[in-house]
Design a protein around this ligand. Sequence first.
Ligand SMILES: CC(C)(COP(=O)(O)OP(=O)(O)OC[C@H]1O[C@@H](n2cnc3c(N)ncnc32)[C@H](O)[C@@H]1OP(=O)(O)O)[C@@H](O)C(=O)NCCC(=O)NCCS
Length: 158
Amino acid sequence: MLEIRPISEHDQVWIETLLREHWGSTVQVTRGRLHDASRLPGYVAVYHHERAGLITYRVEGNAYEIITLDSLVEGQGLGTALVQAVREAAFEAGYKRLWLITTNDNLTALRFWQKRGFSLVQVHRNAVADSRRLKPEIPLTGEHGIPIRDEIELEAIL
Ligand SMILES: CC(C)(COP(=O)(O)OP(=O)(O)OC[C@H]1O[C@@H](n2cnc3c(N)ncnc32)[C@H](O)[C@@H]1OP(=O)(O)O)[C@@H](O)C(=O)NCCC(=O)NCCS
């Protein structure tokens, strides 16, 4: 009952709503750069005939960067399948590096990515203060009441 398909133009309103609800805006900041995730390529997870997950990515230089990943039905394999779709797209296009930024508070994500072959490659200390200047919606406190301060860079070599 799980289907992963590329984003289509019919998904636009749903994507914008999801991103605003989950991330405060459609814009994400990674390494000091703004990305409007609602304009990026990606995949939608359709679970029991309903849209239930989204991954977006961009391509720059020699790498694919995952910009957002959201699952509305956790623990049923949607997140894993969405990451797998981007991993395959990158590999088939001949890219060797897939990377992403998460924040220090996101323990769920740190567990999720590491169990799916991603390694922590850098901690960009206090980088979120700069990101907040570009995106004031970023909260001061995240999961478990942890102050959101550092950008953590993870990568998978394909
Ligand atoms: C991180 C996130 C995307 C994971 O999505 P998900 O759909 O729950 O992912 P999965 O179901 O593939 O995997 C989650 C867990 O469920 C387990 N699982 C997978 N398929 C399952 C199934 N059919 N039945 C029960 N459990 C299952 C997995 O083993 C995994 O556990 P693990 O991490 O201990 O290995 C989701 O928690 C989320 O949207 N978080 C908020 C946004 C966020 O932080 N995004 C990442 C930003 S960098």
